[in-house]
Design a protein around this ligand. Structure first.
Ligand SMILES: [Zn+2]
Length: 138
C-alpha cells in the first residue's frame, strides 16, 4: 500500500492551541503527512460513548487506507471539554486527569490496532509568555 500519511494527530479544536499544534507537526515533519482528527476534547472523544465509534473509524481508515503507523494523542491544558482548569482542585489533579485519560485512550486504540505506535502529549500554554510546552507522557 502507498503510504499517504505517517501519523494521526488527535487534538482539540481549541483556537488557543492551533498555531502551536501546527508548529508541533511541522517540527516533527508531520505536517501535510498527517491525518488530523480534531474535535472538542481531542483524545477524549475516544472515551465518550457517542463519539467512540466515530473516533475508532478514523483510526481504522488512517491505518488501512492511508498507511498510518503512528498516533499522536494531544491533550491540552484548560480544555473546556473538561470544564477547563477551574473544574480541577489543583494543577496536579488536572494533569493527572489528562494522563489517566491518555492512558485509557492508548489502551483502547492498541486493543483494536496493536500495530501502531502511540505518543501521548499534554500541551501547556504559559499564560504570560503564550509559549506552549509539549509534555511527553511516557
Ligand atoms: Zn480543548
Amino acid at each position: 500500500m502507498t503510504q499517504l500519511s505517517k501519523a494521526i494527530f488527535v487534538g482539540c479544536i481549541d483556537p488557543r492551541y492551533q498555531v502551536a499544534f501546527h508548529e508541533f507537526l511541522v517540527r516533527r515533519d508531520l505536517f501535510g503527512h498527517h491525518d488530523p482528527v480534531q474535535l472538542a476534547g481531542g483524545p477524549k472523544i475516544f472515551l465518550v460513548e457517542r463519539s467512540r465509534d466515530l473516533a475508532l473509524d478514523q483510526v481504522h481508515i488512517a491505518i488501512y487506507e492511508h498507511g498510518v503507523t503512528e498516533v499522536y494523542l494531544m491533550a491540552h491544558w484548560d480544555c473546556l471539554a473538561y470544564g477547563g482548569s477551574k473544574n480541577f482542585a489543583s494543577k496536579e489533579l488536572e494533569r493527572q486527569r489528562y494522563e489517566f485519560d491518555l492512558a485509557d485512550v492508548k489502551a483502547l486504540i492498541l486493543s483494536h490496532f496493536p500495530m501502531v505506535t502511540i505518543y501521548e502529549f499534554i500541551a501547556v500554554k504559559d499564560p504570560d509568555s503564550f509559549m506552549v510546552e509539549f509534555i511527553h507522557i511516557q
